[in-house]
Design a protein around this ligand. Structure first.
Ligand code: BT5
Length: 317
């Protein structure tokens, strides 16, 4: 309800408070309260006593423009765009059984964005909150390959479009200068060892001021790095192109090598919490199965999945 007025705000066009109030059947004061709530959650809304309200979205994600400039064969050809959803991964799950391989779900805002292990993911306006449904011909035991391909694709898009040096923190965060710009949430459905589908959820801070996030997240965004906003439409197109390129060679050695070469984790001292236990030590290598190998006091330890905290770099230790 707090976002009800949003339905009447059209990017770039003025609409009077009176008209919104009449359409919603509420008072003008109630409209003003909603506009305040929308501003607090990151929407840029201009107001003028004579003309009313205008949504300032210099860069609204435009699904038609995304489709028309898409340089992919199949990825994103079916694209579902929403102004607001709880989570694009959840929407994707409801479509996944029957939708084509490479279907994309994209939202301007998520109200219940999810991270791994039931953590939440902040998804205000200005980011890319997107899920891709993939149906690779791989056994479940190789599903981690899709994770590699998507992380790699996001990192490559940032470097190709903006010359940003993105690195991949194991298992699937994208960092710039040690700060988190993107997180990836993979969800898999399989029967026995047969993979039905993978949902790759990509959260990327684009035109967002990271000072709105708690400092301990150590977050950054593209606009924070470059000092200006960028076109999210162009960026979505480029990420989808890179995902398709990586997806088409999913089983190849090349994907693993490229993913490994962008690692921000190897060579660092890390603290891992995982099902295999908690360890501290030097991250020495990555395995083709997506695992991380850590040199601990008690010898080498390999972990397939878990949380990783970067401690000091090797040279500083
Ligand atoms: C992730 O989880 O990094 C995966 C995030 C995936 C989000 C996408 S958006 C589209 C799709 N739909 C969804 O509902 N999710 C996916 P994790 O490694 O658990 O990191 C979560 C932690 O990152 C939080 O506990 C915060 O500390 C931090 N965090 C939350 N929002 C952030 C943001 N926007 N930018 C940087 N850090 C954030």
């Amino acid at each position: 309800m707090a976002h009800g007025a949003l339905c009447f705000l059209c990017p770039g066009l003025w609409i009077s408070g009176e008209e919104i109030a009449a359409q919603m059947g509420v008072s003008r004061a109630a409209v003003w309260k909603q506009v305040r709530a929308l501003r607090a959650s990151g929407y840029r809304i201009e107001s003028s006593p004579r003309r009313g309200y205008r949504l300032l979205e210099a860069d609204r994600l435009d699904p038609e423009r995304i489709r028309s400039g898409l340089q992919t064969k199949f990825l994103g050809r079916e694209l579902h765009y929403f102004r607001e959803v709880e989570s694009t991964n959840d929407v994707s799950r409801s479509l996944a059984e029957s939708c084509p391989d490479g279907t994309v779900v994209l939202a301007e805002v998520q109200t219940r964005g999810r991270g791994r292990l039931a953590r939440s993911w902040a998804s205000p306006p200005g980011g890319i909150w997107m899920s891709v449904v993939l149906k690779p011909a791989l056994p479940l035991s190789r599903a981690y390959r899709a994770n590699m391909a998507v992380s790699l694709a996001v990192a490559k898009a940032l470097s190709r479009l903006y010359q940003l040096r993105a690195a991949i923190k194991w298992p699937n965060d994208i960092l710039i200068g040690g700060r988190k710009i993107s997180g990836i949430l993979m969800e898999v459905r399989a029967e026995l060892d047969r993979l039905d589908y993978v949902i790759a959820g990509v959260g990327l801070n684009v035109n967002i001021d990271p000072s709105r996030f708690p400092a301990e997240w150590n977050a950054t965004s593209i606009s924070d790095q470059l000092g200006h906003d960028v076109s999210r439409t162009e960026l979505v197109q480029e990420i989808l192109r890179e995902i398709e390129e990586a997806y088409l060679k999913l089983g190849s050695e090349e994907i693993f090598e490229e993913w490994r070469s962008l690692s921000a984790t190897t060579g660092r001292y890390v603290r891992i919490s995982s099902l295999e236990g908690d360890f501290e030590g030097e991250a020495v290598s990555l395995g083709e199965d997506g695992s991380l190998c850590i040199k601990t006091e008690n010898g080498l330890q390999r972990v397939l999945a878990g949380d990783c905290l970067h401690l000091r770099g090797r040279e500083e230790a």
